[in-house]
Design a protein around this ligand. Sequence first.
Ligand code: NI
Length: 136
Amino acid sequence: MGMVRFGVSLEKDLLTKFDRLIKEKGHANRSKALSDIVRQELVKKEWVEGKEVAGSVIMIYDHHKRELVNKLMDIQHDFNKIIMSTQHIHLDHDNCLEIIAIKGASLQVQKLADFLKAVKGIKHITLGMSSTGKGI
Ligand code: NI
């Protein structure tokens, strides 16, 4: 991949804020920071436009709630085409951590996450919205 240099004009105040942000976030330099920001926007666009995306759902729940566990399992079977793998970690006597790796159309992935979120009794659930890497 060839690198291209180009000039950017920014308000002085904004550049100061940009540099502060870079420092706080630990970016190596302005170029790396700008690349990251552009890629982040491209990933967002993939999700909004219904492209093929990749991501993960992370869930925390109490496995003693059998009905909850069954529901989570039913939903995952319904979405087997976009679920790459599921990792289950027994955090302690009660709590389970489940990480579901997903690749598929963004609307389908969002739907899966929404269905899981709607299950009663889940302690915490989050959707990591990433990319297949091809378009970014
Ligand atoms: Ni467990």
